[in-house]
Ligand binder design. Structure first.
Ligand code: ZN
Length: 61
């Protein structure tokens, strides 16, 4: 059985594509999340499930 890395309700570690800052965000967000360092949007809320704009490095349980 293939386990798909699909952020839904977990915390995910992402890397900002602009400044390479690593940041842990919730996989299910209700407001947009921006990079704490450079302010680049990292994820958009899309009906209860976030659309990540940054590369997911790790999915945390
Ligand atoms: Zn950044």
């Amino acid at each position: 059985m293939v386990k798909v890395k699909e952020p839904s309700s977990k915390f995910v570690k992402v890397r900002c594509p602009k400044c390479k800052n690593e940041q842990i965000i919730f996989g299910k967000i209700s407001t947009a999340v921006a990079c704490l360092v450079c302010g680049k949007p990292l994820a958009d809320p899309t009906g209860g499930k976030s659309r990540l704009k940054a590369r997911v490095l790790e999915v945390l349980d």
